[in-house]
Design a binder for this molecule. Structure first.
Ligand SMILES: Cc1cc2nc3c(=O)[nH]c(=O)nc-3n(C[C@H](O)[C@H](O)[C@H](O)COP(=O)(O)OP(=O)(O)OC[C@H]3O[C@@H](n4cnc5c(N)ncnc54)[C@H](O)[C@@H]3O)c2cc1C
Length: 491
């Protein structure tokens, strides 16, 4: 008989798993807390503008192609390579760096501050490439049944990489580059993992290889939410239903089997198997009441940044601003060391700006611009009150106006702000942490919350806080790994 699967959460991890399973003949249904699918990969339509609310680009495009091949479908959205990948501006100088994939062209911009940048960058990327080739397929794309199995796999990695295990991202970058500008720009990618270069392991310098050489970054035509719309449409064709506004709050177990999940209206949801796309650590604590994931224990884990996000509709164009832009101050190390733990009002925040309407004119009315700001901030363990959000947002907007030489304040016709409180409440993200558990050594591989449940034999997990980690392509890998596990059970 056809096995039934209930997927809890319609984030990218839940949607991708649901489609892979439906295509394999499982009877799948999805329930979602919110009124629309996508989770963090979401969309806000307001005042005639369209905003992507979370992810604004992705890397490792081949993971999406793999997903489409696995499901035997055409990829249901179109993506476009970015070049420059992004721009970076420091408050200490009017210069704007354009991060081109062509290393020679990129090096030209560093000739004043780091004359031999090209040679250094090629060496740095060569190392990143070796790391990538020696780890990604062997370590990251595997399921582990135990810490022992994980350690055995690690022992298969070329020992030449051993010293890197003892360094952080910043230390690794400093071995290659000497100028502040080069060091700070090249190590920015650690922020994409939701932490800083000072607490992100050096193995993640392989990401520099993925961004500059291996694959690059991509935008989605029409906005990132097209990914969600495309997969939801494929699910509809497979008769997978999504029930919205339904939050799981409790459960009933029968020994080592989960009997049913219970939603906020006391409705019972029964299925042969359950795949939880809600955060794999906090769901175990909040719903299954596992002592290892109690609130106290969760708080002791290392989490990624809390995002402060701003969605602005402007009644003017900003031709001088590229699609993806970083605005940094002049106290990188001090800022990075404090940013995730400071409880007070943030002084001179560092931030990212995405001009969605630049390449997707349909996302803003004629002559207007749709802007998305992300400012990495402390999660709710460290900064509980966001009464000062307007003050922080105003300081960001004033700084941005100064940097681009255009006062945007009188041009604002739509403004929405999400603080970590909103991120927490919308998607059940622990303490408003935007990207889930961090990727420190003791929270990756077999040390990350597993994609199978410790107690219930019929419960599995997919998404950012289980293996292998956060980000859209990595969550696609997560869906592949959990499906592998489920298939092993047999139909
Ligand atoms: C501001 C921001 C910017 C980002 N930018 C990028 C980027 O540019 N590129 C990139 O690759 N990644 C980016 N990320 C990371 C990326 O968004 C995540 O890694 C990815 O979307 C995680 O998907 P997921 O399926 O694991 O979880 P989620 O998207 O969180 O999905 C989980 C779903 O489960 C639902 N749910 C939770 N609890 C319950 C419950 N009890 N009952 C029912 N439903 C429940 C939630 O509502 C949600 O819809 C960004 C994240 C943020 C916050």
């Amino acid at each position: 008989m056809q096995k039934s699967v209930l997927v809890v959460g319609a984030g990218i991890g839940g949607l991708a798993t649901a489609l892979r399973l439906a295509k394999r003949g499982y009877k799948v249904e999805i329930i979602e807390k919110n009124s629309q699918a996508g989770g963090r990969l979401n969309q806000l339509k307001k005042d005639g503008f369209t905003f992507d609310t979370g992810p604004s680009f992705f890397s490792m495009s081949y993971e999406f192609k793999e997903f489409a091949n696995d499901c035997n479908i055409e990829l249901p959205f179109k993506y476009v390579a970015l070049d420059p990948l992004y721009t970076v501006n420091f408050s200490r100088s009017p210069k704007t760096y354009r991060l081109y994939k062509d290393i020679h062209k990129l090096a030209e911009q560093f000739k004043d501050v780091e004359p031999d940048f090209e040679i250094k960058m090629r060496k740095y990327l060569k190392n990143g490439k070796a790391l990538f080739n020696d780890t990604v397929d062997i370590v990251i794309k595997e399921n582990y049944n135990s810490v022992f199995a994980y350690l055995i796999t690690l022992m298969k990695v070329n020992p030449v990489h051993l010293p890197i295990l003892f360094r952080n991202f910043w230390q690794q970058v400093c071995r290659y580059f000497s100028s502040d500008d080069a060091r700070e720009i090249i190590s920015l990618v650690a922020f994409f993992l939701g932490r800083t270069p000072f607490d992100t392991p050096a193995v993640y310098t392989l990401l520099s290889y993925t961004e500059f050489e291996h694959d690059g970054y991509y935008n989605v035509e029409g906005g990132m939410y097209k990914i969600v719309e495309g997969i939801v449409e494929e699910l509809r064709k497979e008769n997978v239903t999504i029930t919205y506004n339904t939050e799981i709050v409790d459960f009933v177990a029968n020994g080592r089997k989960l009997d049913c999940l219970i939603d906020q209206n006391n409705r019972k949801w029964k299925s042969d198997l359950v795949v939880v796309n809600s955060d794999a650590a906090s769901f175990r604590g909040r719903i299954f009441k596992r002592p290892k994931f109690s609130m106290e224990k969760l708080d002791k884990m290392e989490w990624t940044m809390g995002p402060l996000t701003i969605y602005l509709g402007l009644k003017c164009k900003l031709p001088q601003v590229e699609h993806h832009n970083y605005y940094l101050g002049d106290n990188f190390k001090e800022y990075a060391n404090k940013v995730f733990q400071s409880s007070g009002t943030l002084q001179k925040p560092y931030y990212y700006v995405n001009v969605l309407s630049r390449n997707n004119p349909g996302c803003a009315p004629e002559g207007c611009e749709s802007l998305f700001f992300v400012c990495p901030v402390p999660d709710l363990r460290f900064k509980k009150s966001w009464d000062d959000k307007d003050e922080i947002v105003n300081s960001i907007l004033a700084d941005f106006s100064k940097r681009i030489n255009q006062d945007i304040l009188p041009e604002i016709v739509s403004k929405t702000i999400y603080t970590p409180v909103d991120w927490q409440n919308q998607y059940n993200l622990h303490q408003g942490s935007g990207l889930g558990l961090s990727h420190k050594m003791l929270q990756i591989g077999a040390f990350r919350p597993t994609n199978f449940d410790e107690v219930f034999k019929n419960v599995f997990y997919v998404g950012a806080s289980t293996v292998p980690g956060t980000g859209l392509p990595i969550t696609m890998i997560s869906s592949k790994l959990v499906v592998k596990r489920i298939e092993k059970l047999g139909k």
